[in-house]
Design a protein around this ligand. Structure first.
Ligand SMILES: Nc1ncnc2c1ncn2[C@@H]1O[C@H](COP(=O)(O)OP(=O)(O)OP(=O)(O)O)[C@@H](O)[C@H]1O
Length: 214
């Protein structure tokens, strides 16, 4: 990741409501490059919603989100180019084999150029399943694919929601290794979780329950 991609995110007075219920409101915060952030809060407090609003997948109800590289503000319609995201809600294309899926993904969101697709598949322990349709993957195997997709896409911002869901012990160790090796330097990482094991390496905590006031 070059310094030209040294992305920060400035949010001002950010709020999201569903109907008349504010999930969070009046968040003022800066996410800085080369840092890792945990978004914490109890079940239903709004962690996933905040991540999706930051990603542009869910619209905000008030406030602003500025993606910045140095002094340059990235137009909102281009935010998607700078981020990759792994969430429980994202569906994989089940009809494709893992190799086909990653080749397809690579066409619109390039993977890190230093790795080939077979190398990436091997790094997440799925070589034996490379030619298998994703519909036949276990939930833990699918989670490994989501982590691969998010962590090895060649963009500065990585957003992870409940990253170890469905992973076994080896999968959790893999997650920690991948994050340590590929997300903590020259990137901006935001993880939402209530599980201390998923976020212990994070430099900063943002508690979404602090922004409930109407
Ligand atoms: N599309 C939606 N329409 C209406 N309400 C929604 C919608 N999505 C989320 N909510 C509500 O917003 C609140 C926050 O949900 P969110 O999934 O962001 O919480 P969370 O902190 O990620 O929870 P968890 O720890 O259980 O994953 C909840 O009250 C939820 O019911």
């Amino acid at each position: 990741m070059s310094l030209n991609n040294a992305l920060s995110i400035e949010i001002t007075d950010l709020g999201k409501r569903f109907n008349r219920h504010w999930v969070f409101r009046h968040i003022n915060y800066t996410f800085s490059f080369n840092n890792s952030y945990a978004v914490i809060g109890h079940n239903g407090s709004g962690k996933s919603t905040l991540l999706q609003v930051l990603a542009g997948a869910v619209s905000k109800s008030q406030g602003s989100i500025h993606y910045k590289i140095g002094d340059k503000t990235i137009p909102e319609e281009q935010h998607y180019k700078y981020l990759s995201i792994a969430t429980p809600y994202i569906e994989l294309i089940e009809e494709l084999t893992l190799t086909e899926f990653l080749e397809f993904h690579h066409q619109f969101k390039p993977l890190m150029p230093q790795f080939t697709i077979p190398q990436l598949i091997e790094m997440v322990g799925l070589t034996a399943a490379a030619g298998k349709q994703i519909r036949y993957f276990s939930s833990g195997m699918k989670q490994r694919v989501k982590l691969l997709q998010a962590i090895f896409s060649n963009n500065p911002l990585v957003l992870l929601d409940e990253p170890t869901s469905n992973l076994d012990k080896a999968g959790i160790e893999l997650y920690n290794r991948l994050v340590t090796d590929y997300c903590l330097q020259n990137r901006l990482l935001i993880v939402c979780s209530n599980d201390e094991n998923e976020i212990e390496f994070c430099d900063h905590r943002l508690d979404v329950t602090q922004f409930k006031e109407n």
